[in-house]
Design a protein around this ligand. Structure first.
Ligand SMILES: CC(C)(COP(=O)(O)OP(=O)(O)OC[C@H]1O[C@@H](n2cnc3c(N)ncnc32)[C@H](O)[C@@H]1OP(=O)(O)O)[C@@H](O)C(=O)NCCC(=O)NCCS
Length: 156
């Protein structure tokens, strides 16, 4: 599956789809263009028939030199369960590993059960928080009032 690094000109093609790809949740404000300008070498795009069908925005941590962070990843609903997400994540893992990283982190909302199941399937573990939803431990108000998050990490 052809994959390439992201570039600024991808932004408009991605941002218009983000809310739809997240099932109508308002997500686009969490993805400003700066990610397509300053994090290109660790962010990836997959296209088919000149359409972007998957993207991953990630970066190396400036605070923790052996850690990397996945900020956003999404796959066009018509192209899910075909290995697009796995290809994006594997490319990110190998890229940041070659830069000296041995741990990848990301966060997801406790309401995004699909994202949670997907990350657990890919080998991520949950960092225990102060609150519990069914069997999932999460961090209350992590991203601001009412913005609870499940913190995930994976050893490379
Ligand atoms: C989560 C998402 C990126 C997965 O993309 P995808 O292209 O469907 O994933 P893949 O087909 O590459 O699946 C990779 C593996 O995960 C598994 N998988 C995919 N979706 C899954 C899910 N919801 N729950 C559990 N496992 C899942 C696949 O079976 C596959 O397993 P295998 O490689 O062992 O056979 C996609 O569903 C999506 O864009 N969701 C909406 C946005 C979102 O929530 N993003 C989360 C990160 S911010």
């Amino acid at each position: 599956m052809p994959i390439r690094t992201a570039r600024p000109s991808d932004y408009q093609r991605v941002i218009h789809n983000v809310n739809d790809w997240w099932g109508g949740r308002q997500m686009s404000q969490m993805l400003p263009k700066l990610f397509f300008v300053h994090f290109c070498s660790t962010s990836f795009i997959i296209e088919r028939d000149e359409r972007i069908i998957g993207f991953l925005i990630g970066f190396m941590s400036q605070t923790h030199s052996q850690e990397a962070y996945i900020h956003f990843a999404g796959v066009h609903p018509e192209y899910r369960k075909q290995g697009v997400g796995r290809t994006l994540y594997d490319q990110f893992f190998s890229t940041v590993q070659s830069l000296g990283c041995n741990r990848v982190r990301c966060v997801t909302s406790p309401v995004n059960q699909q994202s949670l199941a997907y990350h657990l399937h890919l080998g991520f573990q949950i960092e225990p928080g102060s609150a519990q939803n069914d069997s999932t431990s999460y961090h209350l108000d992590y991203d601001g009032l009412g913005e609870h998050r499940v913190l995930l990490f994976k050893h490379l």
